[in-house]
Design a protein around this ligand. Structure first.
Ligand SMILES: *[C@@H]1O[C@H](CO)[C@@H](O)[C@H](O)[C@H]1NC(C)=O
Length: 164
């Protein structure tokens, strides 16, 4: 088991809860069989991120989910482009393709950060992770800020509504 910083643990728990929520609202989606496993796996990997190492199943789960996330991200970006819905940079959460683009994008970034952070070797002198983990911790903190901030601004501040 690897040590991780408090910031890393806090960010992981927050991302895990966001992905758990996202998984729970997929079940009435027509293509839930893609999205439910994606969010469920992303949730599990964030919950047990301390267990990621080259020998564990969780590492494989993280890698397979990362590929699924990339595939779905590319799929929705193409769908958006072909149907001229919102544009690549759009953050308009009214549109399903934009919600799915951001959701899969967050899964991909969070899994990359978890996998990279797990590869940082421990410092044998101090029995804790080297300072380079700070880089991944700050990355996670920014990701958490964006993930919770964007829906807050869109739905609460701007009173945006969902279009299905
Ligand atoms: C977001 O999308 C909705 C639905 O297509 C649209 O009515 C709204 O004007 C868009 N908002 C912005 C800020 O573009």
């Amino acid at each position: 088991m690897k040590s991780s910083t408090k910031l890393h643990s806090l960010c992981s728990v927050l991302m895990a809860s966001l992905f758990a929520y996202s998984a729970s609202v997929q079940l009435n989606d027509p293509d839930w069989y893609f999205w439910f496993p994606l969010y469920a796996c992303a949730c599990v990997v964030n919950m047990v991120n301390w267990a990621i190492s080259s020998t564990t199943t969780i590492m494989h789960v993280a890698r397979v989910s990362l590929l699924l996330g990339l595939f779905l991200f590319i799929k929705v970006v193409i769908e958006d482009f072909v149907n001229e819905i919102a544009g690549f940079w759009s953050l308009n959460l009214s549109e399903r393709v934009v919600r799915e683009k951001i959701g899969s994008g967050l899964v991909v970034i969070s899994l990359i950060l978890q996998l990279e952070a797990s590869l940082v070797p421990e410092d044998p002198m101090r029995k804790k992770k080297r300072d380079s983990t700070k880089f991944f911790d700050y990355g996670m903190a920014i990701l958490v800020g964006f993930s919770f901030g964007l829906p807050f601004v869109f739905f609460v501040v701007q009173q945006g509504e969902m279009k299905f």
